[in-house]
Design a protein around this ligand. Structure first.
Ligand code: ZN
Length: 56
């Protein structure tokens, strides 16, 4: 697996759980929680290419 510490692209906190991510024109963004992902998506709507579908 990957033991590199990831940080949230919105708030800068460590990403503990994988799965909150967005693919943007600027690359793959990771977030610490659903809230951060949602806010980023709202702020950068034009840059977001796709949001991986959650099958929970
Ligand atoms: Zn965050």
């Amino acid at each position: 697996m990957n033991d590199k510490k990831e940080i949230c692209d919105l708030c800068g906190l460590a990403v503990e759980v994988d799965g909150f991510q967005l693919i943007t024109k600027d690359g793959n963004k990771k977030f610490c929680c659903e809230g951060c992902k949602g806010i980023f998506q709202m702020l950068h709507e034009d840059q977001v290419l796709s949001a991986p579908v959650e099958n929970s």
